[in-house]
Design a binder for this molecule. Structure first.
Ligand SMILES: *Cc1c(COP(=O)(O)O)cnc(C)c1O
Length: 305
């Protein structure tokens, strides 16, 4: 039997998230004002867009088991497990890579397990085919009554949840930029903005699939294309979880200048991309750019766990 719907308000999210100016001459010299939209401060265990995407899905799951998917270091898996622990509903994580089974858990998966998530390791072919009805039925077979949230948490509900991010920025910035994995955050952000504002997505994966993914999510969530958005695909640094010494040096320096802990897989690439675009003169002088800080470095002393 499903228990009572989880009262997400019990988690006391910090909303709207703070919007902070960042004095930075690399932007100022081109007439650009940089703001940091601190979604990383929304909740210590469900930071950033993970809160915005999960909360409507958890409300819809209404206490039933939530089954979802992720890689060995997935922020989304950790956020889902933490929500299950804090609100008292069961979670199942389907993890990419059957070679991980039977080995000691890495710190990210150990955190998921400590929060009570049941982990299920599948080989890469099965993982890729997880949307196939027969494959999914197999994954659900021992799950009981169970709600499926897709990889990265991006579905129509998630995109709808992210419209609040756009609404919080009405009248505050001209361009709102966000790093993209599965595109759910960008899809909702763009839909929530006011006329005259635009969203800019910086994909951290290679492959050029993200434009189609965002269009499809907007179709499912809003019935069609919504809001002004574009992508700049030049800042993936070789692909997901790839970084370079140059990127780390940039992020270290940004931390020193602004006292912001810079998460390296998404946020560093976003900020690096914005600095490059400012230097290229891509923003007209007088433009206010808000960078959405979607997360903090995981396991850093300043994040709670
Ligand atoms: C998950 C995540 C993203 C990507 O969000 P999408 O909606 O999948 O594009 C961006 N930044 C951080 C820190 C994340 O954990």
């Amino acid at each position: 039997m499903p228990s009572d719907p989880p009262a997400l308000s019990r988690l006391q999210p910090v909303l709207p998230s703070p919007l902070q100016p960042a004095e930075d001459e690399r932007f100022a010299r081109h007439g650009v004002r940089l703001l940091l939209k601190r979604d990383d401060l929304i909740h210590p265990d469900l930071p950033g867009n993970k809160w915005r995407k999960l909360s409507p899905n958890l409300a819809a799951a209404a206490g039933r088991t939530v089954l979802t998917f992720g890689g060995a270091y997935s922020n989304h898996l950790r956020a889902t497990a933490a929500a299950g622990q804090l609100l008292g509903f069961p979670t199942v994580g389907v993890v990419r890579g059957d070679e991980l089974a039977g080995r000691p858990l890495n710190p990210s998966l150990a955190q998921c397990a400590a929060d009570g998530m049941r982990l299920r390791f599948v080989d890469r072919a099965t993982y890729r085919a997880k949307a196939d009805p027969a494959v999914l039925a197999g994954l659900l077979s021992d799950c009981g009554e169970c709600v499926v949230v897709p990889e990265g948490g991006s579905n129509a509900l998630a995109a709808q949840g992210c419209t609040a991010l756009g609404r919080e920025l009405h009248g505050r910035a001209d361009v709102i930029a966000v790093a993209c994995g599965t595109g759910g955050t960008l899809a909702g952000l763009a839909a929530g903005l006011a006329p005259g504002q635009r969203a800019l997505g910086i994909p951290v994966l290679r492959g050029g699939f993200l434009g189609d993914a965002v269009r499809e999510l907007q179709r499912e969530a809003f019935g069609g294309p919504t809001g002004a958005w574009s992508l700049d695909e030049r800042f993936a640094f070789g692909g997901y979880a790839r970084t370079t010494p140059e990127l780390h040096a940039f992020a270290d320096d940004f931390e020193d200048r602004h006292g912001l802990p810079v998460e390296r897989l998404y946020v560093a690439k976003l900020l690096y991309g914005l600095m490059t675009l400012a230097q290229e003169g891509s923003f007209a002088p007088g433009t206010t750019v808000a960078a959405v800080v979607t997360g903090q470095p995981w396991g850093a002393p300043d994040s709670s766990r």
